[in-house]
Design a binder for this molecule. Structure first.
Ligand code: PMP
Length: 411
C-alpha cells in the first residue's frame, strides 16, 4: 500500500530496480540546479543563459498571432507533419542563407528547440559505448544528452581560436588505435557556450578536412551565429560541406518559449530523423511553428536581430570593462565576438566549484567550469553570462565576483 508518507518521501525511490541503465547516465544540469538560487532577487545572476526578450514588439506579435488563429485556427491547432511545416522549412532557408548556407527545404527537420535536435541526432547515431568528440569546453545540455545515451564523450583540446585541428587529428588517431567507434564531432563554431570563442573561417576548413580524411561526421550547433557583435557572420561550416549536420534555433534570435529549432541534414539522415521525431512527438509543436512562420512573414525579424545585437553588445562591453577593472592578477578571460558568455580562468590554485557557495553568500551566481566537461576538467574555470542582467547589475555582479576571487586568494 502506498502511504502518504512514502509517496512524498523523496529519499526512498521504490522504483530504483526498475529504471533502465540509460538513466544512470542522466545528470542534473549544473545550470538548472543553480536556477532556484540564482533567481533570488538579492542575487545577481551571471549564471543562466536566458536571452533577454523584453524588447520584443509584443502587441504586434500578439496581433499577428490573433489574426493567424482567426484565419487559420483549425490548421494551426491540428496535428501536422512529422518533418515540420513546409512553409516554415522554406523560411528557414532564408535564415540560414545569412550564414552562407544553401539547402533544400526537404532536408530541414523541425525540432522542439535545437536541444531536441541534439537528442534526435544522438538517438539515430549512437549506441552505448560509442564515442562523441566535443570541444573543450562544451555545452552542458549537449553533454547531458550524449551521456543519457550512454556514449563516451571525449574532449578535444582548443586554443584561442576554438577547437584545435591538430589535437583533433591526434585524438582521432588515439581512439581508433584503441578500437573505439567515433560517431561524430560536436562543435559550436560561433561564440561557443561556454567559452565565447569563435572559430575563424580557415579553422573551420581545417577541422572539416581532418574530419573528411578520418571519416568523422560533423555536427555543427549554431544557435548564436546571428548574434555577432563586432563583424558580419562567418559562414557556417555547413556552407562548405553538405555532409555537415547543422542545428539551428529561433531561441536566441526570436524567443525560446516557442521551442522551435531545426536540423539540416543530408537526405538519408533526414529520413531517419523524421522517424525518430515521429516516435518522440508525432510532430513538432504545430502552433509554435505557425507562430514563428507568422512572425517571420509579418515582422521585421532581421531588424529585431539588430536590436538584440545592440543590447547584447552593450552588456558584453560592460562585462569586459568591469572584469578589466575589478579582477585580480592571475585571472584571465575570453573576449567573445558574439553570443552570451565569457569564460574566466581563475588564478592558479582556485577551485570554482568550491567557490560557488561563497559566491552565493556574496550575492552573485556563476556556473563553475566543471559543468562543461564530461571528464572532470574545468576546476579553474567559470562561465559568466551577460545576456540577461542589465548593465548596472552586470557591473555589480562582476564587482562581487571579483571580491570573492580576491578573498579566495587570501585564504
Ligand atoms: N545549443 C547550445 C550551444 C545552446 O547554448 C543551447 C541553449 N542554451 C541549445 C543548443 C538549446 O537551445 P534551444 O533548445 O532553445 O534551441
Amino acid at each position: 500500500m502506498v502511504t502518504e508518507h512514502s509517496r512524498h518521501d523523496t529519499r526512498l525511490d521504490r522504483f530504483v530496480d526498475s529504471y533502465s541503465q540509460r538513466t544512470n547516465g542522466m545528470r542534473v544540469s549544473a545550470v538548472r540546479a543553480l536556477f532556484a538560487v540564482a533567481n533570488r532577487p538579492e542575487i545577481v545572476s551571471l549564471a543562466g543563459g536566458m536571452p533577454n526578450i523584453k524588447d520584443l514588439p509584443l502587441p504586434e506579435i500578439a496581433g499577428s498571432i490573433a489574426d493567424m488563429i482567426t484565419s487559420n485556427g483549425t490548421q494551426v491547432m491540428q496535428y501536422g507533419s512529422g518533418q515540420g511545416e513546409p512553409a516554415l522549412r522554406e523560411q528557414i532557408l532564408d535564415v540560414m542563407a545569412l550564414e552562407g548556407i544553401t539547402a533544400h527545404a526537404d532536408d530541414v527537420v523541425i525540432t522542439a528547440g535545437s536541444q531536441q535536435g541534439l537528442d534526435l541526432v544522438t538517438r539515430i547515431f549512437c549506441d552505448p559505448g560509442d564515442v562523441i568528440l566535443a570541444e573543450s569546453p562544451s555545452y552542458v545540455g549537449a553533454l547531458g544528452t550524449f551521456l543519457s545515451y550512454q556514449t563516451e564523450v571525449v574532449h578535444v583540446g582548443s586554443d584561442e581560436d576554438g577547437l584545435d585541428p591538430t589535437a583533433l587529428r591526434e585524438t582521432v588517431a588515439r581512439l581508433k588505435k584503441a578500437g573505439k567507434r567515433i560517431k561524430f564531432l560536436y562543435t559550436i563554431p560561433n561564440f561557443n557556450n561556454p567559452s565565447g570563442k569563435t572559430q575563424p573561417w580557415e579553422r573551420r576548413l581545417d577541422i572539416l578536412s581532418v574530419c573528411a580524411e578520418e571519416g568523422v561526421l560533423v555536427v555543427e550547433d549554431n544557435p548564436y551565429g546571428l548574434l555577432t557583435l563586432d563583424a558580419d557572420p562567418i559562414p557556417a561550416m555547413r556552407s562548405a560541406d553538405a555532409d555537415v549536420i547543422y542545428l539551428g534555433s529561433f531561441s536566441k534570435t526570436f524567443a525560446p518559449g516557442f521551442r522551435v529549432g531545426w536540423v539540416l541534414a543530408p537526405h538519408a539522415v533526414r529520413e531517419k530523423l523524421v522517424l525518430a521525431q515521429e516516435s518522440a512527438t508525432l510532430c513538432p509543436p504545430v502552433f509554435s511553428q505557425f507562430a514563428i512562420s507568422t512572425y517571420l512573414a509579418t515582422q521585421d525579424w532581421q531588424g529585431q536581430i539588430e536590436i538584440y545585437r545592440d543590447m547584447y553588445r552593450e552588456r558584453r562591453d560592460t562585462m569586459l570593462h568591469a572584469l578589466a577593472e575589478e579582477m585580480p592578477d592571475g585571472a584571465s578571460w575570453t573576449r567573445p565576438a558574439g553570443g552570451f558568455f565569457v569564460w574566466v580562468t581563475l588564478p592558479e590554485g582556485l577551485d570554482s566549484q568550491a567557490m560557488l557557495p561563497r559566491g552565493v553568500n556574496a550575492r552573485v551566481a556563476f556556473v563553475p567550469g566543471g559543468a562543461f566537461y564530461a571528464d572532470g576538467q574545468g576546476a579553474r574555470n567559470v562561465r559568466l553570462s551577460y545576456c540577461f542582467p542589465p548593465a548596472d547589475r552586470i557591473r555589480i555582479g562582476v564587482q562581487r565576483f571579483a571580491d570573492v576571487v580576491r578573498r579566495e586568494l587570501e585564504v
